[in-house]
Design a protein around this ligand. Structure first.
Ligand code: P1T
Length: 388
């Protein structure tokens, strides 16, 4: 079946007890057993819950995987993946990742003995140099957060298999969603999501998801999901499941509006640079056309300093003037959000690294929502004008 159909139906059946069309929210923390160990497949809600299982099945179908696992947050999914690695393992990580992902690696896992090499995944030569025969994991985002760089997943997975046969490639597909790209079909071993973002789509859940076709990996992850207790609430699972039903429709509109705004931003003297994979000016635009259904709903752009002081001051004035966009972290909801990564989502990335990546005080990141694009453009136009 097509993705639009799977988003609404995968893993879901009318409730056998009542006929309820929508998946019931099973809040029970425990399940009756006829005798010790004799149960209907559920014992205790940390190890398994019917609402969570339904979400996991739906996510697995959307990413074209065999196993889905839901987590309490995107960071919980990341933490569980990293806990599958033996002590001292070598990881190659994309150089531009969510600040919180970098923080888990740098402040939690490296002190526990993990070795991490950060690589610009747009250049597969650098990946090949960083891979070692004992590399255990390649972790990347494409598009990246916040620079929206793309990596050629098919080539990257082939290179990894050739140089580090034991390494698993895990793709954080949060920005693209399975509507735009399905990394498992290109050779990745697993896909992770902050379902807080597009998958839920309504900015009212913090959650994570992982999908894989690898049975052994899934078994270990399932063990850790329970053992580490990194599970979401059934209510949150219900909300993400509900959000998924409109994911394909929402992504189409996010992409249309973002392309319109990105094209317009490129014409403005106030803007030094626009990063949007759907624009011909994007360095990996050809790869976007090949690997993604469209450029997605995220735009990053560089504001120019006005005559009234530093670019940081202009960025702050610009964000304060927005009325339809909200200045906030996160992304992928129905409402448009804008943020300043250097001060907000990527403050945990060291300043030298931010400077190398281009995450400077003028770099703004927009999550283009589902409002009328004319209202979004007028909001931005006004903020450019009055913040000068
Ligand atoms: O916030 P949480 O659900 O734990 O997900 C972490 C995460 C993982 N991967 C990517 C690509 C992400 O963007 C995030 C969270 N990002 C933000 C909160 C943000 O504003 O960028």
């Amino acid at each position: 079946m097509k993705l639009d159909t799977l988003a609404i139906h995968a893993g879901q059946h009318p409730d056998p007890v009542s006929g309820a069309v929508m998946t019931p929210i099973v809040l029970s923390s425990t399940f009756a057993q006829e005798g010790p160990g004799n149960h209907k497949g559920y014992e205790y809600s940390r190890s398994g819950n019917p609402t969570r299982n339904t979400l996991e099945a739906c996510a697995a179908a959307l990413e074209g995987g065999a196993h889905g696992l839901a987590f309490a947050s995107g960071c919980a999914a990341t933490t569980v993946v990293l806990h599958t690695l033996p002590p001292g393992s070598h990881v190659v990580c994309g150089d531009d990742v969510y600040g919180g992902t970098f923080r888990i690696l740098d402040k939690v896992m490296v002190p526990l003995g993990l070795r991490v090499s950060y690589v610009d995944m747009t250049d597969l030569g650098r990946l090949r140099e960083a891979l070692r025969p004992d590399t255990a994991l390649v972790w990347l985002e494409t598009p990246t957060n916040p620079m929206l760089k793309l990596a050629d997943l098919k080539a990257l997975c082939a290179d990894t298999a050739a140089r580090a046969p034991g390494a698993r490639v895990v793709v954080d597909n949060t920005f693209a969603t399975p509507v735009l790209q399905r990394p498992l079909e290109l050779g990745a071993h697993a896909v992770v999501h902050s379902s807080t973002k597009y998958l839920n789509g309504h900015s009212d859940v913090v959650g994570g998801l992982l999908v894989t076709r690898d049975d052994a990996f899934a078994e270990r992850l399932r063990f850790l999901q329970n053992a580490l207790g990194a599970v979401p609430s059934p209510f949150d699972c219900f909300l993400v499941l509900r959000g998924l039903k409109t994911l394909p429709v929402r992504m189409e509109r996010h992409g249309k509006s973002a392309l319109h705004l990105a094209r317009w931003l490129e014409t403005l003297p106030d803007v030094a640079r626009v990063y949007y994979p759907g624009l011909p000016s994007h360095p990996q635009h050809a790869l976007c056309q090949q690997q993604m259904a469209h450029g997605g709903g995220m735009i990053s752009f560089v504001l120019r300093a006005g005559p009234r002081g530093s670019v940081l001051e202009r960025s702050r004035r610009f964000l304060a003037e927005l009325k339809v966009f909200t200045c906030a972290e996160s992304l992928g909801g129905v409402e448009s959000l804008m943020e300043l990564p250097a001060v907000m989502t990527h403050a945990s990335v060291p300043p030298e690294t931010r400077a190398l990546l281009g995450i400077d005080d003028g770099l703004l990141r927009a999550s283009v929502g589902l409002e009328a694009v004319e209202d979004l453009q007028a909001d931005l136009a006004r903020a450019f004008e009055v913040s000068r």
